[in-house]
Design a protein around this ligand. Structure first.
Ligand SMILES: N[C@@H](CCC(=O)N[C@@H](CS)C(=O)NCC(=O)O)C(=O)O
Length: 208
């Protein structure tokens, strides 16, 4: 059994979609970030970073305890390797998939985090910061749109964990800014194709 510790955000959905795709049984604990539930001593003992999502695989031991894995990249790669699904064991396609995981996590994700902080959380709105992060988000969507103009899925002809990683960007983050995919027709076509997958539909409802 896998415990999924998660939150209803773009990052949280990546983990729950993946668990649904690989069809492993899991149970969900959800956290209220506003209440600081992710900063309790109990959760920090599980994940000292104090962020979500994370999983605990109760069937696998590491350092004398059930294995805990924090962060979207680590969770997606771990589950792909555990099940042999959605990630080739070696080779050039694997390299491109890992590259996309890094791009979404380190480039696209922080752009949208900043956009959220200055557009939504900030009590005093700072036009310079809002403009900076809105433009950065628009720039970070471009490589995804360009790639999907060339290939059916992000890393080529096959659906992979690169697509699991990027799907919530198209259906959650991009709907916050720029507000629709009308200027990103290839992302829209790809998101529509992925969005009918039953595993994706179930994963996007976690936590319920
Ligand atoms: N690099 C991490 C980012 C995780 C992250 O930013 N999680 C957010 C929720 S989407 C969080 O837990 N924020 C709480 C905080 O920073 O206090 C990943 O890819 O999973």
């Amino acid at each position: 059994m896998i415990d999924l510790h998660t939150v209803a955000t773009s990052n949280g959905y990546k983990a729950s979609i993946m668990l649904e795709e690989v069809a492993l049984p899991y149970r969900v604990t959800s956290y209220d970030l506003v209440k600081g539930e992710h900063l309790t001593p109990a959760f920090l003992a599980l994940n000292p970073v104090g962020r979500l999502p994370m999983i605990v695989d109760r069937d696998t031991q590491h350092d004398g305890a059930p294995l805990s894995v924090y962060g979207t990249i680590a969770i997606l790669v771990y589950l792909a390797e555990k099940t042999g699904k959605l990630l080739p064991a070696s080779g050039p396609t694997r390299a491109k998939i890992i590259e996309w995981l890094g791009t979404i996590s380190s480039d696209v994700g922080p752009a949208y985090s900043g956009q959220f902080v200055f557009n939504v959380l900030a009590k005093e709105k700072q036009p310079w910061a809002i403009d900076y992060y809105n433009k950065l988000c628009a720039r970070m969507l471009q490589p995804i749109e360009k790639q999907l103009a060339r290939t059916r899925f992000l890393a080529g002809t096959d659906y992979s964990i690169a697509d699991v990683m990027a799907y919530p960007v198209a259906t959650v983050s991009a709907l916050r800014y720029p507000g629709s995919l009308s200027e990103h027709p290839n992302m829209a076509r790809w998101a529509q194709e992925i969005g009918v997958r039953p595993a994706v539909q179930r994963g996007m409802k976690v936590p319920s």
